[in-house]
Write a protein that binds this ligand. Structure first.
Ligand SMILES: Cc1cc2nc3c(=O)[nH]c(=O)nc-3n(C[C@H](O)[C@H](O)[C@H](O)COP(=O)(O)OP(=O)(O)OC[C@H]3O[C@@H](n4cnc5c(N)ncnc54)[C@H](O)[C@@H]3O)c2cc1C
Ligand code: SF4
Length: 459
């Protein structure tokens, strides 16, 4: 076997999958996983562990796969991650563990994400769980938000014996994992609900349909409900728009709303009545994971889809794998293109986007080359729906209703790297602090905040 290249992963054919919402990647089978695990050289100083925001002991679990000891592999991962089947599927491993894998210096890095997914799927399919309820320590902690930050924080607190309640404003827990990332990348029932079920098995209570800041305030959680500390992991779910003429025509929608209708409210399935308007031709504006998810969702609902992005593919923030999959499925990309107006008819419906061509200038504060308009290069793209995927910011509700809790200029909560905020007893982490980031960074922040909370509570 040639150890220089990765064992390829099987998946649905692009022509078939563009017509369904089933998972794109099949993951490794046992034989493929062992072959891929045998590529790992078990480095003495494993860079992959340093590259993992939750420091999973990667060479150890890979060795356990190779030894055929799957319970051991699952236990090693469970020490540091409560959501391994999710992370194995959606983490940007290419810029984390796999990005620094020693094998990757000369050859292809080890497929760490696919191996993590294999182990997590094995544990689920074989009903293998390491969960043990801890001895109660008498402390009560409220976690606001049930995304990866809140779930990771709740897990570590429950493992330390705290009584933990998660308050979630939506009717289902999971945050972006359920309302943002589509079924074809992250199956909800088999993967997300199962892993959240594991968190519940630790004794964590989850109360949905509770909007903290409205249904109950943070002060009331302390004073009336007797919580000793509060963790805020409310994410960054407020969409940004372009601010160009015509943006309020019917048919212009934020990616957030479009994906929430499709994922959380299952609009793609004929068994649900959720309304969603897709049209024949869709233009998605943006170049991140959210843009790719919206484009591939619209495509599966039968539209012809174009993505417009103002820089080049090299600068796109989306995962390389997602761009590759979108292209394979037939999404059209128009790079160095920026909308300047939304065009509409007399009834107020979108008919197209007026765009301008861009070129790359000097690097800006993000380090990426700044896109500059080419004067006089405007042109129109016809469409009946335009999905805006330009990023999100935080909802200021909690910061505004919690005296003494400092907010930054993006409406996020100010917290240090330990998750400590300006308000004693209140901790925060994940997208609400950093702005839109990644699942694993949110989990890392949740775990760090759990350590700070335990220190604050003296347990
Ligand atoms: C479409 C999409 C695709 C993505 N793809 C990827 C990917 O492939 N890989 C990756 O690593 N990252 C991806 N991300 C980013 C990643 O999902 C987020 O960085 C991560 O989910 C942030 O976790 P969080 O726990 O901080 O917040 P969230 O996941 O946003 O969870 C916050 C939760 O708090 C709840 N909440 C908000 N306000 C209140 C309140 N007042 N009271 C009670 N509850 C409240 C929200 O309803 C939500 O459930 C994607 C994001 C989106 C939107
Ligand atoms: S850096 Fe790569 S080769 Fe080295 S232990 Fe980690 S996964 Fe294995």
């Amino acid at each position: 076997m040639d150890k220089k290249t990765r064992i390829p992963v099987r998946g649905q054919d692009p022509v078939v999958r563009r017509g369904n919402f089933e998972e794109v990647s099949y993951g490794y089978n046992a034989e493929e996983a062992v072959l891929e695990a045998s590529r790992c050289i078990q480095c003495k100083n494993p860079k992959c562990v340093q590259g993992c925001p939750v420091t999973i002991q990667i060479p150890q679990f890979i060795k356990a796969i190779l030894d055929g000891d799957m319970p051991k592999a699952a236990s090693i991962i469970a020490r540091d991650s409560s959501l391994p089947a999710i992370c194995g599927r959606v983490c940007p491993q290419e810029s984390q563990c796999e990005g620094v894998c020693i094998m990757g210096i000369k050859h292809e890095p080890i497929s760490i994400g696919k191996l993590e997914r294999y182990v997590a799927d094995w544990a689920r399919e074989n009903n293998y769980s390491t969960i043990k309820k801890a001895v109660p320590n008498g402390k009560k902690v409220a976690v606001v938000g049930s995304g990866p930050a809140g779930l990771a924080c709740a897990t570590d607190l429950a493992k330390a014996g705290c009584s933990v309640t998660i308050f979630e404003s939506l009717h289902k827990p999971g945050g972006v994992l359920v309302y943002g990332i589509p079924e074809f990348r992250l199956p909800k029932e088999d993967v997300v609900e199962y892993e959240i079920g594991q968190v519940r098995k630790l004794g964590v209570e989850i109360e949905c349909n509770v909007v903290v800041g409205r249904t109950v305030t943070v002060d009331q959680l302390f004073e009336k409900e007797g919580f000793d500390a509060v963790f805020v992991g409310t994410g960054a779910g407020l969409p940004k728009f372009l601010g160009i003429p015509g943006e309020n025509f019917n048919g212009v929608v934020s990616a957030n709303e479009f994906l929430t209708r499709s994922n959380l409210m299952v609009a793609y399935s004929p068994d649900f009545d959720t309304p969603i308007y897709v049209g024949r031709r869709v233009v998605v504006v943006g170049g991140g994971n959210v843009a790719m998810d919206a484009a591939r969702t619209a495509l599966r609902m039968g539209a012809e889809v174009t993505v417009v992005y103002r820089r080049t593919e090299k600068e796109m923030p989306a995962r390389i794998e997602e761009v590759h999959h979108a292209r394979e499925e037939g999404v059209i990309f128009r790079m160095l293109t920026n909308p300047v107006a939304v065009l509409g008819d007399e009834k107020g419906w979108v008919t197209g986007l007026r765009c301008i061509r861009m070129e790359l200038g000097e690097p800006d504060e993000s380090g990426r080359r700044r896109p500059v308009e080419i004067p006089g290069s405007e042109f129109d793209i016809e469409c009946d729906v335009s999905i805006i995927a330009l990023g999100t910011s935080s909802n200021p509700l909690i910061a505004r209703t919690t005296p003494g809790l400092n907010m930054n200029r993006h409406n996020g909560i100010v917290a240090d790297e330990r998750g400590i905020t300006s308000r004693p007893g209140v901790f925060a982490g994940g997208d609400v602090v950093t702005g839109a980031a990644t699942v694993i960074l949110a989990m890392g922040a949740g775990r760090q905040a759990a350590r700070s909370i335990l220190e604050y509570l003296g347990v």
